[in-house]
Write a protein that binds this ligand. Structure first.
Ligand SMILES: NC(=O)c1ccc[n+]([C@@H]2O[C@H](COP(=O)([O-])OP(=O)(O)OC[C@H]3O[C@@H](n4cnc5c(N)ncnc54)[C@H](OP(=O)(O)O)[C@@H]3O)[C@@H](O)[C@H]2O)c1
Length: 318
């Protein structure tokens, strides 16, 4: 049986991967308590003590603003960790699956980025993720390096859940304002000049599983020719503002929200954050679609799936 190790199995993508990859083999997912991935000696020991046929790295430092100042920790997780995993995968001649980001690009222009385009990250997070990519590529290991964008899940901390929480808080404040006969003023501001594809982590996980189910049964020589970088995210694109509009509209239609809060579109300049974000985060996904015969679903459809899941959890408490 294929022995698979998933690092970062408690993260939004990792949780789905641990579940989905079980159809391909025996999955081990060490928790942070069992294995601190910033501890190189502990990691090396772990890799020596266990035999795996496939390494999947969903662990990372993903807090983009925090990464601006926590530079060392960010490099440990986003550069050093994939470098060590890649060296191990090369030595053992096994596959490494790793995830990277649209934030390796500077966001210029209005065309979707291709895998071969120049990377000019704007912030520490992107710099560290790019360094991780280069370490994997130069190691010469068999790798699937998957760049995705705007990940979210129905659990944990992410943009979608933050927006729903804001909307619920907004409903409560509107109710208080109405009781006190004050005019309703609460308004949620969202950036409208950054464009990308919001991607539902369970969909990405299922697609990665589908790709691996093809790769792992191929003769090694044929499979090794497919080693490389792939862009994989939802189809279509929108701004954070349009994404929020769709979240509120759909959540309202599904009865998750009682009303739709007022929204105001703002520019990146008006909504300054410690780390600059790329304006054009669109990824060109043709390579992954043609190589693995993958059909990507639209971000609106993925959003529906996520909200249905949230509605189900709210009803059943599961
Ligand atoms: N989030 C996005 O919008 C986005 C967009 C594009 C690409 N990506 C990439 O996609 C991948 C998955 O992202 P995600 O959003 O699923 O990440 P996430 O939810 O932030 O999960 C990160 C994982 O890394 C683990 N981790 C962090 N530091 C650790 C340490 N010192 N020792 C052990 N484990 C540690 C976390 O464990 P704990 O649960 O113990 O903290 C968690 O399981 C990453 O490579 C990310 O760069 C993400």
């Amino acid at each position: 049986m294929t022995k698979i190790c998933v690092f970062g199995g408690s993260g939004q993508l990792g949780r789905s991967l641990v579940r989905d990859l079980a159809v391909l083999g025996d999955v081990t997912a060490p928790t942070r308590q069992q294995l601190d991935l910033t501890n190189i000696a502990q990691l090396q020991q772990w890799l020596q003590q266990h035999e795996f046929d496939l390494l999947v790295n969903a662990a990372a430092m993903t807090q983009v603003d925090v990464a601006q100042t926590a530079v060392e920790l960010t490099l440990q997780l986003n550069h050093q960790l994939p470098a060590i995993l890649a060296a191990h995968a090369k030595a053992k001649n096994i596959w490494l699956v790793h995830f990277s980001t649209d934030y390796v690009f500077d966001g210029s222009g209005d065309m979707p980025w291709r895998e071969t385009d120049d990377c000019q990250p704007l912030q520490q997070y992107g710099i560290s993720k790019r360094a991780g990519e280069l370490a994997i590529q130069t190691s010469g290991c068999l790798h699937l390096l998957i760049r995705t964008s705007w990940l979210y899940d129905s659990d944990g901390q992410n943009f979608l859940l933050t927006m729903l929480q804001l909307a619920q808080a907004n409903q409560a404040s509107l109710a208080i304002e109405r009781q006190s006969q004050q005019p309703a003023t609460a308004m949620i501001k969202v950036v409208a000049d950054q464009i990308g594809a919001p991607t539902f982590a369970p969909v990405l996980s299922a697609q990665v599983t589908q790709i691996l189910s093809q790769l792992l049964v191929m003769p090694l020589l044929a499979a090794s020719k497919l080693s490389g970088i792939y862009h994989l995210c939802a189809a279509g694109h929108c701004s954070w503002f349009q994404f929020t509009e769709a979240i509120f509209q759909k959540a309202f239609d599904k009865g998750i929200l009682l009303n739709q809060p007022a929204l105001r579109a703002v520019s990146s300049l008006e909504f300054a954050r410690p780390a600059p974000r790329p304006k054009n985060s669109r990824l060109d996904t043709r390579k992954v679609q043609t190589t693995f015969a993958l059909e990507l679903t639209h971000w609106q459809q993925q959003l529906d799936q996520c909200l249905e899941l949230l509605k189900f959890s709210a009803k059943t408490g599961k």
